[in-house]
Design a protein around this ligand. Structure first.
Ligand code: UD2
Length: 318
């Protein structure tokens, strides 16, 4: 199979690229290296079946050229942060919404067989219903959530109007190897960076908020299952299916790393944050046979082991 991964040098894109190459696919990676890093593609670059283009998904002519004879496009490239989207809503809209319109147009014009879009649990917003299931109403409360909702609706419409085979996967708070430790990154990567520097962990808000943190290997499993099953026009949750409160997560990470000497500090809540997120994965199970293979603790252990080996840090995992 010939597969394009947009955002290939990013956290999820690079993990997906590695797995596809390992399974024997020919992979074309695209990334503008705004958030992505070439170092994430070190393993991929060893494969003769991998090609990389430093380019932008907003360049239609480039996409038309590169999408020729492609079976699947995994669209992982994105403006990926809730707080950053609050600061720069126009950029978020431009990269995410104008970006997917280009990807869908190019895929349609070059007869790509399937487009799989990386959506987000942020589309659900702060509704009281838990767990969040695909058929419920969506009330995103951040520019990022609004943009992801628009993207998945465009993907659905490109199926209904133009017959393109599109599926959107709603990821729930993905964590794991290669997630960046930056202010705009996921909380787990930020906290691991802090505890390695022996800094206290900071929680925005009262720590009662919960998230359904999902290990990246399960997200990759979900993506592979969508390649194997034809579910055009569908939107599907991929989650661990087991939320944890932020305070409990902080305690678990400190316990696993033996850093219980560090404390948990509480700061002002973050604008655009939702309170609870918990994904119903029964649709993914029914249509794809998906089940999360990693609990949050198992995922954290696997991630920490990778971290210690990769960066040679002095951390004992309990
Ligand atoms: C949203 C999406 C997620 C993904 C992600 C992309 C939801 C429920 N999830 O994640 O699926 O699309 O955006 O970026 O919308 N926090 C702290 N301390 C820190 C950093 C964060 O307490 O140092 C808190 C933060 O305020 C939030 C929680 O941790 O309550 C999770 O934050 P995050 O940035 O890891 O992810 P989130 O939920 O915005």
């Amino acid at each position: 199979m010939k597969i394009v991964v947009t955002g290939a040098a990013g956290f999820i894109g690079s993990n997906l690229t590695d797995k596809l190459l390992e399974l024997g696919a020919e992979v074309i990676g695209i990334d503008n290296l705004f958030n992505g890093r070439l170092v994430n593609l070190e393993d991929a670059m060893k494969y003769k079946t991998f090609t990389f283009h430093k380019s932008d998904i907003r360049d239609l002519n480039f996409l038309l050229d590169v999408f020729k004879d492609v079976d699947i496009v995994y669209h992982e490239a994105a403006f990926t942060s809730v707080p950053q989207s609050v600061k720069m809503p126009e950029n978020c809209n431009d990269v995410n919404v104008n970006g997917i319109i280009n990807v869908l147009n190019a895929a349609r014009r070059t007869d790509v067989k399937k487009v799989v879009f990386a959506s987000s649990s942020s589309v659900y917003g702060d509704t009281p219903t838990l767990p969040k299931h695909e058929e419920m109403s969506r009330w995103p409360i951040s520019p990022y959530g609004v943009a992801k909702l628009a993207c998945e609706q465009y993907a659905k419409v490109w199926h209904h109007v133009y017959g393109l085979n599109t599926t959107s996967i709603r990821y729930f708070n993905v964590f794991g190897p290669r997630q960046r430790d930056s202010p705009y990154s996921g909380v787990i990567a930020i906290w691991i960076g802090r505890l390695i520097r022996n800094e206290d962990l900071i929680i925005f808000g009262d720590g009662e908020q919960s998230r359904d943190f999902t290990y990246v290997k399960d997200v990759i499993q979900g993506n592979l299952l969508v390649a194997e099953h034809d579910i055009p026009g569908e939107i599907i949750n991929i989650a661990c299916g087991n939320p944890i409160k932020l305070t409990d997560l902080a305690k678990l990470i400190l316990k696993l790393t033996g850093k219980e000497n560090l404390s948990i500090q509480y700061a002002d809540p973050r604008p655009g944050d939702i309170k609870h997120s918990f994904g119903d994965i029964s649709k993914a199970n029914k249509l794809l046979g998906f089940e999360a293979k990693y609990t949050q603790e198992e995922g954290l252990r696997d991630y920490l082991k990778w971290y210690v080996k990769k960066y040679n840090v002095n951390l004992k995992i309990n």
